[in-house]
Design a protein around this ligand. Structure first.
Ligand code: BDR
Ligand code: CA
Length: 315
């Protein structure tokens, strides 16, 4: 079973990723970061979700803002609290004393060569951990990222939210030398819950599934308003799925660079798809060295079914 640490900013789709990972993988910890809402909110949401689902996993608070500039939040998608739409239990659990940056380092040292870090929010915590402990890159098995896109963004035409929120951090992660698996909007925006899927959760009558249904009704309505989507995209769980159901997402290996300075393209993941297309394939000497496996194809329906079945295993 893969040992996984999730770095997140819950967040509706983060919530689903956490519940999925706790059931299928050896989840050694959760770290929180600014992103969909303030650090205070994302941390409270992580604790409340752990309370709801009875997850006995250490949770560490991380960074309040990006390496450069101010934090950007997404209340138009996730509400003011970062997780609007349901009443979550008041957490009795508390965060561990260690800061998320130190927690990531200590877990990686403890599980050398085994730990996968799933980064499903802005990448500030991991970037700082890599800077603080130069041996960290050699200790990690892999970094799996929900972020970026091989096509268009969601915050700007070029940039996806998680990368846009801290491009300098993403640049540090993508140049760290750790094997990277990236799933971006090109795959995740069409992999989501329909209202019938949400109804399936509600009809179960189970507590966790019912709370999730309330949350996802809210999130689905916001997706309709913001993007005209009739689907609640499960961006974040797509970063975790490969460790439980590897056949559901297919990747191509290529060079990915993070744009940090473009006036129109800051936060873009520049994926060298020329290396993957027969009509544009470059001579090896001209192509950049591959640093990531990038998600290109997904079996969305079976993926969402596996996620629903997993949520229905909670009481
Ligand atoms: C990403 O941004 C956040 O709003 C979601 O939780 C996901 O991680 C999608 O762009
Ligand atoms: Ca997220």
């Amino acid at each position: 079973m893969t040992r996984l640490l999730i770095d997140c900013d819950p967040g509706h789709d983060d919530a689903v990723a956490l519940l999925f990972a706790a059931r299928h993988l050896d989840l050694v910890g959760i770290t929180t970061v600014h992103g969909n809402s303030s650090l205070e909110n994302t941390t409270r949401n992580a604790l409340a979700l752990a309370e709801l689902a009875g997850l006995d996993v250490p949770i560490a608070r991380g960074c309040v803002g990006p390496l450069v500039g101010n934090a950007t939040y997404a209340p138009q998608i996730h509400g003011k609290s970062g997780l609007d739409g349901a009443t979550l239990p008041v957490p009795r659990r508390q965060t561990v004393e260690q800061h998320a940056v130190d927690f990531i380092i200590s877990q990686a040292e403890r599980h050398r060569g085994e730990l996968v870090v799933a980064v499903i929010g802005p990448q500030t915590n991991l970037a700082l951990a890599l800077r603080r402990e130069p041996r960290l890159a050699g200790w990690l098995r892999e970094i799996t990222v929900m972020g970026g896109s091989t096509t268009t963004g969601n915050v700007t035409p070029a940039a996806e939210f998680n990368i846009y929120c801290d491009p300098e951090a993403a640049a540090a992660v993508f140049t760290s030398g750790v094997p990277i698996r990236m799933v971006g909007l090109n795959v995740t925006r069409r992999t989501g819950f329909s209202s019938a899927d949400v109804q399936r959760l509600r009809a179960s009558g189970r507590r966790v599934a019912t709370v999730l249904a309330d949350l996802l009704d809210f999130y689905l309505a916001r997706q309709r308003d913001a993007f005209g989507l009739d689907l609640a995209p499960m961006h974040d769980v797509c970063a975790v799925i490969p460790y439980a159901f590897p056949e559901l997402i297919r990747y191509g290996e290529t060079a990915v660079q993070i744009e940090v300075s473009g006036a129109l393209t800051r936060g873009m993941t520049v994926c060298d798809l020329r290396a993957l297309r027969p009509d544009t394939r470059l001579p090896a000497r001209l192509a950049g060295a591959p640093n990531a496996r990038v998600a290109l194809e997904v079996d969305s329906r079976p993926l969402i079914d596996r996620v629903i079945e997993t949520i229905l295993t909670y009481p």
